[in-house]
Design a protein around this ligand. Structure first.
Ligand code: BTN
Length: 259
């Protein structure tokens, strides 16, 4: 398996601030938790915390994120200097990954709102963005998990999860993949800071696999049913509940596509 370490990552990546400061660990509870520990300790904007395996990987809605050796499990610390609405950042990061998978690996992957990276109708990866406060400053911890060189999954995940190894039948270079993702993300994040999500919304919609389909969404302990009509400029899902009734959903627990 390809080895990961901080020096190798730093050497490989040509970014101006994302992933310039790198902390690599063989094992962590969670890179999101470890990244939080760096807040207020002088870590630079874009600091990357990455590990080989996580013992308490966190998914959305407090789910456990299976993170054995061989995947890409990392978090970025991003400084938030203004009152900007960051709700679109999950979609932006997820889109950057889908674009890299399509353009660099010729894999027709999709984005399922708001954070799922989908390949062959199975989950290949996900993004967990968490806002944290430290000494009255706001930070964003952007956690990304991608099943890269995982040979197999626990039986309970087998039908819903997939890895790049399973699709390509070979190990992939995680450092190259990380380089492509971080370089793509930096380029688009800088535009996002200036213009918001609008500039990339048509592209995000173009790789979305749920639009105009019948969906169910778990929202504040209820199940909402409707048509996933569109995304608004902030990245909220516009759900058509019935003929004249639309609802904008900024964060829902899980989107289920009814085929
Ligand atoms: C999801 O789809 O539920 C989000 C999964 C996010 C997993 C990544 S792995 C690296 C980072 N550290 C964590 O504990 N979670 C995120």
């Amino acid at each position: 398996m390809d080895k990961l370490n901080a020096l190798l990552i730093k050497k490989k990546i040509s970014t101006s601030f994302i992933g310039r400061e790198v902390y690599f660990y063989p094992t962590l509870t969670s890179t999101n938790i470890a990244a939080e520990g760096f807040l207020g300790k002088g870590a630079s904007d874009g600091t990357l915390v990455i590990c080989e395996s996580q013992t308490k990987g966190r998914g959305r809605s407090k789910n456990f994120w299976h993170s054995p050796p061989g995947g890409l499990w990392f978090s970025l610390i991003l400084y938030i200097q203004d009152k900007r609405n960051f709700s679109g950042i999950t979609l932006l990061a997820s889109y950057c990954i889908v674009e890299v998978l399509r353009e660099k690996l010729s894999l027709l992957s999709y984005l399922k709102w708001p954070n799922d990276i989908i390949l062959n109708n199975k989950k290949l990866g996900g993004v967990l963005a968490e806002i944290k406060f430290f000494q009255k400053k706001r930070y964003l911890i952007l956690g990304i998990g991608l099943n890269v060189n995982l040979k197999k999954f626990h039986p309970e995940l087998e039908n819903t999860a997939i890895s790049l190894y399973q699709e390509k039948k070979r190990n992939l270079s995680r450092v190259n993949l990380l380089k492509n993702i971080l370089e793509n993300f930096e380029e688009k994040y800088l535009i996002f800071l200036q213009k918001g999500l609008k500039f990339i919304l048509p592209k995000i919609k173009g790789v979305s696999n749920y639009l105009k389909k019948e969906v169910e969404i778990i929202y504040q302990d209820n199940i909402l049913k409707g048509i996933a009509w569109d995304l608004n400029p902030q990245g909220a899902l516009i759900l058509k509940l019935n003929k004249n009734n639309f609802k904008e959903i900024y964060s829902g627990e899980r989107l289920i596509i009814k085929e």
